[in-house]
Design a binder for this molecule. Structure first.
Ligand code: ZN
Length: 222
């Protein structure tokens, strides 16, 4: 998976001829600033170094995640960090928010991958399944995806936000953050019941989040 929901715009590649000493990918999240973890791993660093005698200051707010093989993934220049050292992370978990901290000129994410020896630097594009080239890439994710314990609706890799979504015969409502709403919700002055947990009523299975329309006696209409 990619790092940002929606458009991931690579502005500088890994060791391309125009910047052979650039050891990572610079990526801008054009649709969403949340930095999502592309792999399963453990958070090994979540810090900012302000002492400019330490070259790590250039990374600003950064997070290091080690994957199962011990490869070190670095997410740099973030505005803020959302994880702590020792935390286990899964694909789609939020690590932070894209920013412009450290040695950076404009909000972007510097994504770099090193092997466990901390010396060998790898092509980070491989981890995202995209070419090491400037361009805009989007995840092909679609449908309902569970991330951080909440359900999100994706259409062409982009999280749908803040509107009714029709899926099969059911309607769902998404909040401004793109999460599926459940329970009683006041929407446009009207109260809706968005099924809080999966249940079966009159032999009909009602999924979580589905809008339930009942008559005045509580009988299911749809
Ligand atoms: Zn960079």
């Amino acid at each position: 998976m990619l790092i940002f929901r929606g458009k991931n715009r690579v502005t500088s590649g890994y060791r391309l001829p125009d910047r052979p000493d650039h050891n990572g990918l610079d990526i801008v999240g054009d649709d969403n600033r949340d930095v999502l973890c592309p792999v399963t791993g453990i958070v090994k660093s979540s810090a900012i170094v302000t002492n400019q005698n330490d070259p790590t200051w250039e990374w600003g707010n950064y997070v290091r995640v080690d994957d199962a093989e011990g490869n070190r993934l670095y997410f740099c220049h973030m505005d803020s960090r959302k994880v702590t050292v020792g935390q286990k992370v899964n694909p789609g978990d939020q690590l932070g928010v894209m920013g412009n901290t450290g040695y950076s000129f404009g909000a972007h994410l510097h994504f770099e991958v090193r092997k466990a020896d901390n010396k060998t630097i790898c092509d980070p594009a491989v981890y995202l399944g995209i070419p090491n080239a400037k361009g805009t890439y989007t995840d092909s994710k679609s449908g309902w995806v569970s991330e951080n314990g909440a359900w999100y609706r994706y259409e062409a890799g982009l999280a749908v936000k803040n509107r009714w979504v029709k899926d099969g015969k059911w309607y769902y409502r998404l909040g401004p953050d793109g999460k599926m709403l459940t329970g009683f919700q006041k929407i446009g002055g009207e109260i809706f019941c968005l099924n809080p947990k999966k249940e079966v009523q009159d032999g009909l299975e009602i999924p979580v989040g589905a809008c339930i329309i009942t008559d005045e006696r509580g009988n299911l209409i749809r």
